[in-house]
Design a protein around this ligand. Structure first.
Ligand SMILES: Nc1ncnc2c1ncn2[C@@H]1O[C@H](COP(=O)(O)OP(=O)(O)O)[C@@H](O)[C@H]1O
Ligand SMILES: Cc1cn([C@H]2C[C@H](O)[C@@H](COP(=O)(O)OP(=O)(O)O)O2)c(=O)[nH]c1=O
Length: 208
């Protein structure tokens, strides 16, 4: 019987290097003979990608806090069912650019619903499928990089004020302190290669 793969999520605020690193980490793991599926949230399955459009486009006032949290959770339930669980059952590792901790930090910590409320909505959505390890990239200049990358095209959530994004970062630190075995804070400064090495080191105990 094939053993179940590992589930890893990359987290952090805007522009800290998640999309760059999720691909680099997959390449580093593939080089060690580990078959990886790279995915992202919101999205990662056809249904969840459709919900992504609803969440990220349109007016800031399009959704209230509760509806926004539930839409992220609905997208996540579909992502787990259609993409993540089948890959893990095939023995592949799944690397996701954002997952449940983004909801805890953005909707829970910054959006005012509270981390525990958002955790309970998501417990229903994902069941036992919490990541085996969550790596949170920390970088002070992340938002500057995101603004440089997006110019005037930031999305409904990325375009929220700096106060909101500061609360997101505070919430990520809190989550890491609460769950030190699953969640690790990673210094995202330096070259892309240096960051990838730190990520691989933070998976040391999970590697075959
Ligand atoms: N280590 C790095 N040093 C300098 N620039 C980087 C580094 N990693 C990523 N970037 C650049 O910073 C911007 C944000 O990176 P990205 O991977 O898109 O972040 P995120 O997915 O977290 O929003 C991109 O333009 C990317 O090319
Ligand atoms: C997955 C997820 C994302 N988000 C937000 C974070 C981002 O602002 C936005 C889209 O994510 P993403 O496309 O990853 O943006 P970026 O590359 O700038 O980090 O959705 C939440 O608010 N809650 C969630 O559960």
């Amino acid at each position: 019987m094939t053993s179940r793969g590992r589930f890893i999520s990359l987290e952090g605020g805007e522009g800290v290097g998640k999309s760059t690193q999720v691909k680099a980490l997959a390449a580093a793991l593939e080089a060690r003979g580990i078959s990886c599926l790279v995915t992202r949230e919101p999205g990662g399955s056809p249904g969840a990608e459709a919900i992504r459009e609803l969440l990220l486009q349109g007016e800031e006032t399009r959704w209230g806090a509760q509806a926004e949290a539930l839409l992220f959770a609905a997208a996540r339930a579909d992502h787990v069912e259609k993409t993540i669980r089948p890959a893990l059952e095939q023995g592949r590792w799944v690397l996701s650019d954002r997952f449940v901790d983004s909801s805890l930090a953005y909707q829970g910590g910054a959006g005012g619903l509270g981390i525990e409320t958002v955790r309970s909505i998501n417990a229903f959505a994902i069941g036992e499928h919490f990541p085996d390890r969550t790596l949170i990239l920390m970088l002070d200049e992340g938002r500057d990089r995101a603004m440089e990358r997006d110019r005037d095209a930031s999305d409904r959530i990325g375009g929220r004020p700096s106060e909101y994004h500061h609360k997101v970062e505070t919430a990520f630190r809190l989550i890491a302190a609460e769950e030190p075995n699953r969640v690790r804070l990673i210094d995202a400064s330096g070259s892309p290669d240096e960051v990838t090495q730190r990520l691989v080191a933070a998976l040391g105990d999970l590697l075959p």
